[in-house]
Design a protein around this ligand. Structure first.
Ligand code: NAI
Ligand code: MG
Length: 352
């Protein structure tokens, strides 16, 4: 039997509630489809930082490197400086493992009414491809004299030709398998150096894909169109920060931030990829058993697709839809069920 080695990082907050549900669903899928998942837990995150002074062990990256995939919740706690989780965990893994693609589908689930009343499942079905290794989030800057009246701070974005080319090729190839449309969400009218270069390199890559319809849209207009005309989008190609913001809006139009899944993907498979919901550790609802586990479980399905277990991945997505269609939902999505009840219903639907 094929066996995959999966690292499991709950992280903090609701990660402790939803990641174990994700693992249960994955194990049920593995049993049904005849493969094995060998999971190893790592207690990394802000909680780990409070005890050990860092978000992961010194050997953390070396250890994680040996897995076929990483299932991750989210990191961050109110008691810990919130400039640290991204720097010391999420971005560290994303860049060390060259997970330059952040894949974030936005798709209305069965039985869910979008807050966009007039829109249906055929209107809300697109994917945000967020550049995940460079751009605005390279943490290239400093604060000078922060306590002085003349204090100042800088963060310089960084965009490289190879970095733009590889994410653009990924987006166009993905579009070829979908509805053959790429929208570059940009702001090159004001970011006239970095984003004008971003546009130029993407337009060059677009030439290689004559079968894909290519266009660009500014982020401000795209924000409005996510709400007014989501049916315009198939593959949304955008930068690290713009994609971070837009994909929360994507979650919102699906009906809850708790539905949104993602994969931090190294397409070449030279390193493990990492799969996490789009939201954070939600400390405001942690420990109450009410967190929506669907974004986490769906992220597990994207992991299975990435490692080649496509049938199992599709079965999980189908089971999620069967569950939402039955109205088995947590409070954020307008339901009354607990985290565990939603996850158990997904497992039942998966077993069929
Ligand atoms: P958040 O995404 O954790 O929460 C925003 C709101 O959405 C909250 O009201 C929360 O209760 C709700 N929510 C989120 N996920 C939910 C779910 N599965 N079910 C039901 N409701 C859900 O964002 P926030 O509050 O801005 O950040 C909290 C912490 O998470 C911070 O420390 C932040 O740095 C961290 N964070 C970590 C991320 C990561 O590890 N990749 C990503 C985003 C934030
Ligand atoms: Mg985010």
């Amino acid at each position: 039997m094929t066996s995959y080695k999966i690292a499991v990082v709950n992280g903090d907050g609701i990660g402790h509630e939803i990641v174990p549900m994700g693992v249960e669903v994955l194990k049920a899928a593995a049993e049904k489809f005849g493969f094995d998942l060998d999971t190893t837990e790592y207690a990394y995150g802000a909680g780990y930082y409070l005890e050990h002074g860092d978000f992961m062990a010194e050997t953390g990256l070396e250890d994680l490197k040996n897995f076929d995939g990483i299932l991750f919740g989210a990191v961050g706690l109110p008691a810990v400086d919130d400039t640290l989780p991204f720097k010391l965990f999420t971005n560290k893994v994303r860049t060390a493992f060259k997970q330059y693609v952040n894949y974030r589908p936005v798709k209305l689930l069965d039985g869910i009414d979008s807050p966009l009343r007039t829109k249906t499942q055929k209107d809300i079905d697109f994917v945000v491809i967020r550049e995940n290794n460079e751009g605005e989030f390279v943490q290239n800057g400093r604060q000078m004299y922060p306590d002085e009246p003349y204090g100042f701070a800088t963060d310089t974005s960084l965009f490289t030709r190879p970095g733009i080319e590889r994410i653009a090729h990924y987006a166009f190839k993905l579009a070829q398998k979908r509805r053959k449309k790429v929208t570059n969400v940009t702001k090159s009218n004001t970011m006239i150096n970095t984003l004008a270069y971003w546009d130029r390199v993407i337009a060059e890559v677009a030439e290689h894909y004559p079968d894909v319809q290519y266009g660009k849209m500014y982020i401000d207009a795209a924000t409005a169109n996510f709400v007014l005309r989501p049916e315009l989008f198939d593959v949304v190609l955008t930068t690290n920060m713009l994609g971070d913001i837009l994909s929360d809006l994507g979650g919102a139009i699906m009906g809850s931030l708790g539905f949104g899944p993602s994969g931090n993907i190294n397409p070449e498979k030279n390193f493990p990829s990492m799969f996490e919901p789009i939201h954070g550790s939600a400390p405001d609802i942690a420990g109450k058993g009410i967190a929506n586990p669907i974004g986490q479980i769906w992220s597990g399905a994207i992991m299975l697709e990435h490692i080649g277990e496509t049938a199992a991945a599709e079965a999980i997505v189908k089971a999620i839809n069967a569950t939402t269609a039955q109205g088995i939902l947590t409070g954020d999505a307008g339901g009354k069920n607990s985290t565990t009840e939603v996850a158990q219903a997904i497992i039942e639907n998966l077993k069929g």
